[in-house]
Design a protein around this ligand. Structure first.
Ligand code: SF4
Ligand code: SF4
Length: 112
């Protein structure tokens, strides 16, 4: 009992371990697996990312010079990032925003 009382008093005077979300948004941890993006200046359309993706979230269309990515299919396993020889895929610490529709994100090589 005295041990428990000590713990209760300690918790009463110490700062809370959690933040008052959504009024206070915690900083994402550096290792947070957030949204992916393609640098199309680096992408050579080899399709390796499409081949390794276990959830078929990536479609590389070399003839149309673009990549289609479906964030709601993505498992954030990062196999695509690890296997891209051109280091054209990167992630941020921003989590993919929720949505009502299964949107497709398109990344295109700029036409010259
Ligand atoms: S693996 Fe990299 S270079 Fe190849 S298509 Fe995917 S993003 Fe482009
Ligand atoms: S992180 Fe994994 S699931 Fe998501 S697109 Fe890349 S390979 Fe596919």
């Amino acid at each position: 009992m005295p041990e428990m009382l000590k713990e209760i008093l300690k918790n009463l005077v110490s700062k809370p371990a959690t933040v008052n979300y959504p009024f206070v948004k915690p900083e994402p941890l550096p290792a947070t697996r957030g949204a992916l993006s393609w640098d199309m200046d680096r992408c050579d359309q080899c399709q390796d990312c499409e081949r390794v993706c276990p959830s078929m979230a990536i479609k590389v269309l070399p003839e149309e010079k673009r990549v289609e990515y479906q964030p709601f299919k993505c498992l954030f396993c990062f196999l695509c990032i690890d296997n891209c020889m051109q280091q054209a895929i990167s992630n941020s610490t921003t989590l993919t925003a929720p949505g009502y529709e299964k949107r497709v994100e398109v990344f295109e090589i700029k036409k010259q």
